[in-house]
Design a binder for this molecule. Sequence first.
Ligand code: NAD
Ligand code: WQD
Length: 350
Amino acid sequence: MSINILVTGGAGFIGSHTCVALIEAGLTPVVIDNLCNADAYALARIAQVADSRQPVAFWRGDVRDGALLDKIFATHPVHAVVHFAGLKSVGESVAHPIGYYDCNVQGSLSLVSAMQRAGVHRLIFSSSATVYGQPDRSPVAETAALRPCSPYGQSKLFVERLLGDLAHADARWRVASLRYFNPAGAHASGLLGERTAGAPNNLVPVLCRAAASRSESLTVHGGDYPTPDGTCIRDYVHVMDVAEGHLAALRHLDASPGASTFNLGVGRGTSVLELLGAFGRACDTEIRHTIGPRRVGDAAAYWADVELMRRTTGWTARRTIADICSDAWRWQQTLSRQAVVAARSTATAL
Ligand code: NAD
Ligand code: WQD
């Protein structure tokens, strides 16, 4: 009998890669996604990449729709839920806090209420290193001060606390909040990756775009930070490592009741200029760049302490910065080919 894992936001960047990892581990993802930041094509790609003859079970809808969730739980016997669905832009959350709290907090409340009704009590939650705000020191352990600097970060912390309260009140709950650092890269096949509506803000998609255009110049946000090369340092972790981290966390839930929180990173920092150099080598193109002013709100440097996750679940990130760059570049080339095909078919139609 198949073991179903309900994946909210499973058509999105990290969710789609996690679906691949689940199928490869012999589990069956059931996806709910409202497609506000994804395309349904990702679902066909998941099955293709994971070499699965079964199409992925997909429910188009919103996690705030309790009646739909009840229907999904009534249709599929669900073993556990992995909850990615949410909005994720720090800047947008500052401009639209109500929308962010509604989607991220109300969405999570709706989900756990439906799980409670259905008698499903295993949950992995996508949290973020953004709950630490500007950490005082690195590596950042799970015990570091929690000082989110945006409504987005607050929304993640609220949900972590809600899950902690649930597990405290009812011993049937087993929950793990995973605080991702900087997920990046794409599936090595080049068939799945990150889609950004409009101009990207995150560094790896910006690098992809600059390399694809060959003429576009990337602005490095600040070259005067107190770091060895003056640019910010982050912990970039390959999206397939993040995906596999969810498998490790699911196994952990089977053995451990209660609520736990883990960092998901590599445990090492990479500067903007180091990443730029690695990306240039991966695509064999020199990335044009200029050093601009600092971006408001950026911390100089932080990376994860990943010991707790390693000790508790055995998971560590296996892929390198070079893998992140070459896989992201392969995905960018797929996107560029798709854009050419779409432009040709529009021209033919005209
Ligand atoms: P994403 O936008 O690619 O994926 C989120 C998916 O959820 C999308 O497919 C979107 O259509 C869907 N969705 C959003 N709101 C929904 C709702 N109310 N109901 C149903 N579906 C909904 O983002 P991602 O990068 O894959 O991130 C996944 C999760 O991980 C998010 O919760 C995000 O906050 C968290 N996270 C991401 C990063 C990152 O850098 N990508 C870092 C830390 C944490
Ligand atoms: C990385 C570095 C930039 C673009 C964000 C969210 C965080 C989490 C992960 C969701 C920074 C520099 C970037 C560019 C640049 N998401 N940069 N030029 O800000 O570390 O984290 O994504 O939870 O909450 O805040 O990631 O990729 O935007 O930036 O120099 O054009 O690259 O200044 O130092 P960030 P990022």
